[in-house]
Design a protein around this ligand. Structure first.
Ligand code: ZN
Length: 310
Protein backbone atom coordinates (compact mmCIF):
# COMPACT_ATOMS: atom_id res chain seq x y z
CA UNK A 1 0.00 0.00 0.00
CA UNK A 2 1.27 3.42 -1.00
CA UNK A 3 0.53 6.81 0.53
CA UNK A 4 -1.34 8.58 -2.25
CA UNK A 5 -1.97 12.32 -2.09
CA UNK A 6 -5.29 13.68 -3.39
CA UNK A 7 -4.78 17.33 -4.22
CA UNK A 8 -7.76 19.54 -5.01
CA UNK A 9 -9.37 22.87 -4.09
CA UNK A 10 -12.95 24.22 -4.03
CA UNK A 11 -11.82 27.09 -6.29
CA UNK A 12 -11.45 24.57 -9.15
CA UNK A 13 -15.25 24.21 -9.20
CA UNK A 14 -15.83 27.97 -9.56
CA UNK A 15 -14.57 28.12 -13.15
CA UNK A 16 -17.50 27.67 -15.55
CA UNK A 17 -17.77 28.17 -19.32
CA UNK A 18 -21.54 28.25 -19.81
CA UNK A 19 -24.47 26.19 -18.63
CA UNK A 20 -24.16 23.28 -21.09
CA UNK A 21 -20.39 23.20 -21.44
CA UNK A 22 -19.04 19.63 -21.07
CA UNK A 23 -16.00 20.78 -19.06
CA UNK A 24 -18.19 21.45 -16.02
CA UNK A 25 -17.63 21.72 -12.25
CA UNK A 26 -19.61 18.49 -11.64
CA UNK A 27 -16.71 16.51 -13.09
CA UNK A 28 -14.81 16.99 -9.83
CA UNK A 29 -17.68 16.10 -7.50
CA UNK A 30 -18.54 13.03 -9.62
CA UNK A 31 -15.03 11.68 -9.07
CA UNK A 32 -14.86 12.67 -5.41
CA UNK A 33 -18.26 11.12 -4.62
CA UNK A 34 -17.19 7.91 -6.36
CA UNK A 35 -13.96 7.73 -4.34
CA UNK A 36 -16.03 7.97 -1.15
CA UNK A 37 -18.61 5.43 -2.36
CA UNK A 38 -15.83 3.00 -3.27
CA UNK A 39 -14.26 3.30 0.18
CA UNK A 40 -11.03 4.74 -1.22
CA UNK A 41 -11.18 8.04 0.67
CA UNK A 42 -9.49 6.70 3.87
CA UNK A 43 -6.45 5.66 1.82
CA UNK A 44 -5.92 9.12 0.33
CA UNK A 45 -3.98 11.93 2.01
CA UNK A 46 -5.86 15.17 1.24
CA UNK A 47 -4.05 18.39 0.35
CA UNK A 48 -5.36 21.81 -0.72
CA UNK A 49 -3.94 22.95 -4.04
CA UNK A 50 -1.90 26.14 -3.62
CA UNK A 51 -1.89 29.00 -6.15
CA UNK A 52 0.88 28.48 -8.68
CA UNK A 53 3.64 31.09 -8.72
CA UNK A 54 4.38 33.33 -11.67
CA UNK A 55 7.90 31.85 -11.71
CA UNK A 56 6.54 28.32 -12.17
CA UNK A 57 4.20 29.45 -14.98
CA UNK A 58 6.95 31.33 -16.81
CA UNK A 59 9.02 28.16 -17.14
CA UNK A 60 6.57 27.01 -19.83
CA UNK A 61 4.47 30.05 -20.81
CA UNK A 62 5.40 33.35 -22.46
CA UNK A 63 5.18 36.27 -20.01
CA UNK A 64 3.23 38.27 -22.59
CA UNK A 65 0.62 35.47 -22.82
CA UNK A 66 0.26 35.44 -19.03
CA UNK A 67 -0.18 39.24 -18.98
CA UNK A 68 -2.79 38.93 -21.72
CA UNK A 69 -4.74 36.28 -19.75
CA UNK A 70 -4.78 38.43 -16.65
CA UNK A 71 -5.92 41.42 -18.69
CA UNK A 72 -8.69 39.34 -20.32
CA UNK A 73 -10.31 38.14 -17.09
CA UNK A 74 -13.89 39.48 -16.90
CA UNK A 75 -15.48 41.00 -13.80
CA UNK A 76 -18.83 39.46 -14.81
CA UNK A 77 -20.01 37.10 -17.54
CA UNK A 78 -17.80 35.15 -19.95
CA UNK A 79 -14.95 36.11 -22.26
CA UNK A 80 -14.25 33.60 -25.06
CA UNK A 81 -10.60 32.90 -25.96
CA UNK A 82 -11.57 30.32 -28.59
CA UNK A 83 -14.99 28.89 -29.50
CA UNK A 84 -14.69 26.21 -26.75
CA UNK A 85 -12.66 28.04 -24.15
CA UNK A 86 -13.98 30.87 -22.01
CA UNK A 87 -13.05 32.71 -18.83
CA UNK A 88 -15.46 33.65 -16.08
CA UNK A 89 -14.44 35.83 -13.11
CA UNK A 90 -13.15 32.72 -11.25
CA UNK A 91 -11.23 31.08 -14.09
CA UNK A 92 -7.84 32.52 -13.22
CA UNK A 93 -7.93 31.43 -9.60
CA UNK A 94 -9.10 27.93 -10.62
CA UNK A 95 -6.35 27.68 -13.24
CA UNK A 96 -3.76 28.84 -10.70
CA UNK A 97 -4.94 26.13 -8.27
CA UNK A 98 -4.85 23.47 -11.02
CA UNK A 99 -1.28 24.30 -11.97
CA UNK A 100 -0.30 24.77 -8.31
CA UNK A 101 -1.59 21.28 -7.52
CA UNK A 102 0.95 19.76 -9.88
CA UNK A 103 3.81 21.74 -8.35
CA UNK A 104 2.79 20.63 -4.84
CA UNK A 105 2.42 17.03 -6.05
CA UNK A 106 5.96 17.04 -7.43
CA UNK A 107 7.28 18.46 -4.13
CA UNK A 108 5.41 15.82 -2.08
CA UNK A 109 6.44 12.87 -4.23
CA UNK A 110 10.08 13.88 -4.68
CA UNK A 111 10.29 14.85 -0.99
CA UNK A 112 9.16 11.35 -0.05
CA UNK A 113 6.13 12.58 1.90
CA UNK A 114 3.84 10.46 -0.27
CA UNK A 115 4.47 7.68 -2.78
CA UNK A 116 2.39 9.19 -5.56
CA UNK A 117 -0.28 11.84 -6.10
CA UNK A 118 -3.48 12.49 -8.02
CA UNK A 119 -4.49 16.09 -8.77
CA UNK A 120 -8.29 16.35 -8.89
CA UNK A 121 -8.34 19.69 -10.68
CA UNK A 122 -9.80 21.70 -13.53
CA UNK A 123 -9.40 23.46 -15.90
CA UNK A 124 -7.36 20.80 -17.70
CA UNK A 125 -4.06 21.73 -19.34
CA UNK A 126 -2.62 19.59 -22.13
CA UNK A 127 -3.85 21.71 -25.06
CA UNK A 128 -2.41 24.96 -23.65
CA UNK A 129 0.69 26.01 -25.57
CA UNK A 130 3.47 28.44 -24.66
CA UNK A 131 1.35 31.40 -25.72
CA UNK A 132 -2.12 30.03 -26.38
CA UNK A 133 -5.23 28.92 -24.51
CA UNK A 134 -7.30 26.36 -26.40
CA UNK A 135 -9.48 23.27 -26.00
CA UNK A 136 -10.71 24.11 -22.45
CA UNK A 137 -7.08 24.71 -21.29
CA UNK A 138 -5.34 27.87 -20.01
CA UNK A 139 -2.14 26.79 -18.23
CA UNK A 140 -0.43 23.55 -19.20
CA UNK A 141 -0.60 21.98 -15.73
CA UNK A 142 1.44 18.87 -16.52
CA UNK A 143 4.14 20.92 -18.28
CA UNK A 144 4.36 23.31 -15.32
CA UNK A 145 4.83 20.28 -13.04
CA UNK A 146 7.48 18.72 -15.29
CA UNK A 147 9.40 22.00 -15.60
CA UNK A 148 9.28 22.42 -11.81
CA UNK A 149 10.76 18.95 -11.35
CA UNK A 150 13.62 19.85 -13.69
CA UNK A 151 14.32 23.41 -12.55
CA UNK A 152 13.57 23.23 -8.83
CA UNK A 153 14.48 19.63 -8.00
CA UNK A 154 17.28 19.27 -10.52
CA UNK A 155 15.90 16.18 -12.23
CA UNK A 156 17.42 15.32 -15.59
CA UNK A 157 14.84 12.95 -17.07
CA UNK A 158 11.07 12.89 -16.71
CA UNK A 159 8.35 11.16 -18.73
CA UNK A 160 4.84 12.44 -19.40
CA UNK A 161 2.22 9.80 -20.21
CA UNK A 162 -0.99 11.02 -21.88
CA UNK A 163 -3.96 8.70 -22.48
CA UNK A 164 -6.57 11.39 -23.17
CA UNK A 165 -8.54 10.82 -26.42
CA UNK A 166 -7.10 14.10 -27.74
CA UNK A 167 -3.45 14.64 -28.62
CA UNK A 168 -1.65 16.73 -25.99
CA UNK A 169 -0.51 19.27 -28.55
CA UNK A 170 0.38 21.93 -25.98
CA UNK A 171 2.62 19.57 -24.04
CA UNK A 172 4.33 18.46 -27.25
CA UNK A 173 4.87 22.06 -28.36
CA UNK A 174 6.40 23.04 -25.02
CA UNK A 175 8.86 20.14 -24.82
CA UNK A 176 9.57 19.23 -28.43
CA UNK A 177 13.04 20.82 -28.19
CA UNK A 178 13.78 19.50 -24.69
CA UNK A 179 14.80 15.82 -24.76
CA UNK A 180 14.90 15.72 -20.94
CA UNK A 181 11.09 15.50 -21.11
CA UNK A 182 9.89 12.39 -22.86
CA UNK A 183 6.24 12.22 -23.87
CA UNK A 184 4.39 8.98 -24.61
CA UNK A 185 0.74 9.10 -25.63
CA UNK A 186 -2.13 7.62 -27.54
CA UNK A 187 -4.81 9.69 -29.19
CA UNK A 188 -7.65 9.25 -31.66
CA UNK A 189 -6.58 10.23 -35.17
CA UNK A 190 -7.68 11.96 -37.27
CA UNK A 191 -9.39 14.05 -34.59
CA UNK A 192 -9.12 17.36 -32.71
CA UNK A 193 -6.61 19.05 -32.47
CA UNK A 194 -5.32 17.38 -35.68
CA UNK A 195 -1.70 17.27 -34.51
CA UNK A 196 0.87 14.79 -33.24
CA UNK A 197 1.70 12.93 -36.43
CA UNK A 198 4.06 15.29 -38.26
CA UNK A 199 7.80 14.77 -37.73
CA UNK A 200 7.74 14.07 -34.02
CA UNK A 201 11.24 14.17 -32.47
CA UNK A 202 12.48 10.84 -31.02
CA UNK A 203 11.53 11.76 -27.42
CA UNK A 204 7.87 12.18 -28.46
CA UNK A 205 6.35 8.69 -28.69
CA UNK A 206 2.85 9.80 -29.60
CA UNK A 207 0.81 7.01 -31.15
CA UNK A 208 -2.28 7.82 -33.24
CA UNK A 209 -5.13 5.28 -33.07
CA UNK A 210 -8.10 5.04 -35.43
CA UNK A 211 -11.62 5.58 -34.06
CA UNK A 212 -13.08 2.56 -32.25
CA UNK A 213 -9.69 1.29 -31.08
CA UNK A 214 -10.16 -0.34 -27.69
CA UNK A 215 -8.47 -2.34 -24.95
CA UNK A 216 -6.47 -4.64 -27.24
CA UNK A 217 -4.99 -1.87 -29.35
CA UNK A 218 -4.23 0.29 -26.30
CA UNK A 219 -2.53 -2.51 -24.38
CA UNK A 220 -0.48 -3.42 -27.43
CA UNK A 221 0.75 0.18 -27.78
CA UNK A 222 1.63 0.33 -24.09
CA UNK A 223 3.46 -3.01 -24.17
CA UNK A 224 5.23 -2.67 -27.51
CA UNK A 225 5.93 1.08 -27.72
CA UNK A 226 5.46 2.96 -24.44
CA UNK A 227 7.18 0.64 -21.97
CA UNK A 228 10.36 0.05 -24.05
CA UNK A 229 10.64 3.79 -24.74
CA UNK A 230 10.23 4.65 -21.06
CA UNK A 231 12.76 1.97 -20.08
CA UNK A 232 15.23 3.51 -22.51
CA UNK A 233 14.62 7.03 -21.14
CA UNK A 234 15.06 5.98 -17.46
CA UNK A 235 12.84 8.73 -15.99
CA UNK A 236 13.32 9.88 -12.39
CA UNK A 237 9.65 10.94 -12.25
CA UNK A 238 6.57 9.96 -14.25
CA UNK A 239 3.72 12.40 -14.85
CA UNK A 240 0.35 11.31 -16.20
CA UNK A 241 -2.03 13.51 -18.20
CA UNK A 242 -4.99 11.44 -17.06
CA UNK A 243 -7.77 12.10 -19.55
CA UNK A 244 -10.67 9.68 -19.35
CA UNK A 245 -12.49 10.83 -22.51
CA UNK A 246 -10.82 7.87 -24.24
CA UNK A 247 -13.38 5.63 -22.44
CA UNK A 248 -15.89 3.64 -24.51
CA UNK A 249 -18.85 5.46 -22.92
CA UNK A 250 -17.43 8.98 -23.37
CA UNK A 251 -19.05 10.45 -26.47
CA UNK A 252 -16.57 13.33 -26.71
CA UNK A 253 -14.38 10.92 -28.70
CA UNK A 254 -14.58 7.50 -30.32
CA UNK A 255 -11.90 5.40 -28.63
CA UNK A 256 -13.19 2.44 -26.62
CA UNK A 257 -11.06 2.03 -23.50
CA UNK A 258 -12.59 0.65 -20.30
CA UNK A 259 -11.79 1.58 -16.73
CA UNK A 260 -9.79 -1.64 -16.32
CA UNK A 261 -7.39 -0.43 -19.02
CA UNK A 262 -6.44 2.67 -17.03
CA UNK A 263 -5.85 0.51 -13.95
CA UNK A 264 -3.81 -1.99 -15.95
CA UNK A 265 -1.66 0.75 -17.52
CA UNK A 266 -1.11 2.32 -14.08
CA UNK A 267 0.09 -1.03 -12.69
CA UNK A 268 2.40 -1.55 -15.67
CA UNK A 269 3.89 1.93 -15.26
CA UNK A 270 4.40 1.40 -11.53
CA UNK A 271 6.15 -1.91 -12.15
CA UNK A 272 8.47 -0.41 -14.75
CA UNK A 273 9.31 2.59 -12.54
CA UNK A 274 10.22 0.28 -9.65
CA UNK A 275 12.50 -1.61 -11.99
CA UNK A 276 14.13 1.65 -13.13
CA UNK A 277 14.58 3.26 -9.71
CA UNK A 278 15.20 0.06 -7.79
CA UNK A 279 12.51 1.04 -5.31
CA UNK A 280 10.07 3.92 -5.45
CA UNK A 281 7.58 4.54 -8.25
CA UNK A 282 7.27 8.35 -8.20
CA UNK A 283 4.09 9.25 -10.11
CA UNK A 284 2.17 12.52 -10.32
CA UNK A 285 -1.16 12.15 -12.14
CA UNK A 286 -3.34 15.10 -13.17
CA UNK A 287 -6.92 15.07 -14.45
CA UNK A 288 -7.33 16.14 -18.08
CA UNK A 289 -10.51 15.24 -20.04
CA UNK A 290 -13.49 12.98 -19.33
CA UNK A 291 -17.02 14.29 -19.85
CA UNK A 292 -19.54 11.54 -19.11
CA UNK A 293 -19.90 11.57 -15.34
CA UNK A 294 -20.36 7.82 -14.80
CA UNK A 295 -17.44 6.61 -16.92
CA UNK A 296 -15.28 9.52 -15.75
CA UNK A 297 -15.84 8.64 -12.09
CA UNK A 298 -15.32 4.89 -12.59
CA UNK A 299 -12.19 5.43 -14.68
CA UNK A 300 -10.58 7.90 -12.30
CA UNK A 301 -11.53 5.58 -9.44
CA UNK A 302 -9.87 2.57 -11.08
CA UNK A 303 -6.73 4.61 -11.82
CA UNK A 304 -6.55 6.04 -8.27
CA UNK A 305 -7.12 2.60 -6.75
CA UNK A 306 -4.14 1.35 -8.76
CA UNK A 307 -2.05 4.27 -7.44
CA UNK A 308 -3.06 3.34 -3.88
CA UNK A 309 -2.19 -0.32 -4.51
CA UNK A 310 1.17 0.64 -6.05
ZN1 ZN B 1 -9.52 15.20 -24.18
Amino acid sequence: MTMTALITHPDCARHEMGRHHPECPQRLSAIHDHLIAQGLDPYLVPYEAPLVTREALERVHDPAYLDELWASAPLTGLVHLDPDTAMNPDTLVAAQRAAGAGVLAVDLVLGGEVGNAFCLVRPPGHHAGRARAMGFCFFNNIAVAAAHALAHHGLERVTIVDWDVHHGNGTEEIFRDDPRVQMVSIFQHPFYPYSGTENPPPHMVNVPLPARSGSDEFRQVVTDLWLPAIRAHQPQLLLISAGFDSHLEDDMGSLALREGDYAWATHELVRLLREITGGAAPIVSMLEGGYVMSSLARSAGAHIRALIEA
